[in-house]
Design a protein around this ligand. Structure first.
Ligand code: SF4
Ligand code: SF4
Length: 308
């Protein structure tokens, strides 16, 4: 888009950029609760609101035991923790029964994903052939990254380079792989390893769009069928609510870059919008702010807890 002179971003981010110019920090988040919720809906809540509150606001879950996909099934993460909290980047929750295909797919330790991949990947390369980044012409080849699982000493660095421009869309793991393996997670790990080794990606050849790109688009209806979520295709209408949680936990790391360091201590009184964590210059990061007025209850390395 920059080449044609425009910026594409989601509406809430652009709204928050506007607020930032007015000197207003992000203290509220627009979230949707979908899936096995009694009343799927969308609403604003203060940052730091526990997931438990979100589920109550959506009328409760329709199943006794469930997992929550945080910010989507393809790119989000799976949580079972109702005390987990909304951050500046939480888009919403999708509640699925604990026995759902996607929950059991994602509820697996990374080591197990690697172990299964090492023994079962037959290098069919479907993961690469469907990868939207590969089809755009970038040097992303998840099947090569999967190959590195079996050859951790010989050539793994080279093959891991094939993960560097992966955007973590999840299509390879949840749609393309006929063996139900985890190429996206292998790419995630490779990117982490390359970053901690200080290895930077170097584009080896010009970016040329793949001639099959237009013919390999994945229809949403097919994706929903593959993910077994067709039954959850319902609207999440907006509801104007004024939710005031009794306690919020403001995470000190909600963004890229370095986490913020707490600048308050237990017992301090804070107003909504006051900074409770700051990033020290010259580190790259973002300050975090109280989303409600109240008293600081506790401070840890991970969060600042505020009681209304
Ligand atoms: S699609 Fe699955 S089996 Fe085929 S190369 Fe990729 S990870 Fe391996
Ligand atoms: S998760 Fe990464 S490697 Fe997999 S399809 Fe998406 S961009 Fe490609």
């Amino acid at each position: 888009p920059l080449q044609v002179g425009c910026v594409v971003n989601n509406v809430e981010t652009l709204y928050n950029v506007y607020l930032a110019f007015q000197g207003t920090p992000v203290t509220r988040k627009f979230v949707s609760v979908a899936g096995d919720a009694k009343e799927p809906k969308s609403f604003w809540v203060p940052v730091g609101t526990p997931f438990r509150d979100l589920i109550e606001l959506a009328g409760g879950a329709t199943v006794p035991e469930f997992g929550m996909f945080v910010s989507g099934m393809m790119m989000g993460r799976l949580s079972f923790d109702l005390d987990d909290v909304v951050t500046k980047t939480t888009a919403g929750l999708i509640i699925l029964p604990k026995e759902h295909y996607l929950v059991s797919r994602k509820d697996r330790p990374l080591e197990a994903m690697d172990r299964i991949g090492k023994s079962a990947c037959d290098q069919c390369s479907y993961c690469t052939e469907f990868c939207p980044r590969y089809l755009l012409g970038y040097d992303v080849m998840p099947h090569k990254v999967m190959r590195s699982l079996g050859f951790t000493l010989a050539g793994s660095g080279l093959w891991n380079q094939s993960a560097e421009l992966c955007c973590a869309c999840g299509l390879c793991t949840l749609y393309a792989c006929p063996e139900d393996l985890y190429p996206k997670e292998a790419c995630d790990r490779s990117k982490r390893e390359m970053r901690s080794a200080g290895i930077k990606f170097v584009q080896q050849k010009p970016v040329t769009v793949h001639p099959m790109k237009e013919y390999r688009r994945v229809p949403l209806s097919q994706l929903r069928r593959r993910l077994k979520v067709e039954a959850y295709e319902r609207e999440t209408p907006y509801q104007a609510i004024d939710h005031r949680p009794g306690v919020v936990r403001i995470r000190l790391s909600q963004h890229v870059g370095k986490p913020a360091a707490a600048v308050v201590k237990p017992g301090d009184k804070v107003e909504a919008g006051a900074a409770v964590g700051r990033v020290k210059a010259p580190d790259l990061g973002a300050d975090v702010h109280a989303s409600i007025a109240g008293t600081v209850k506790s401070v840890t390395d991970a969060f600042v807890e505020i009681q209304a």
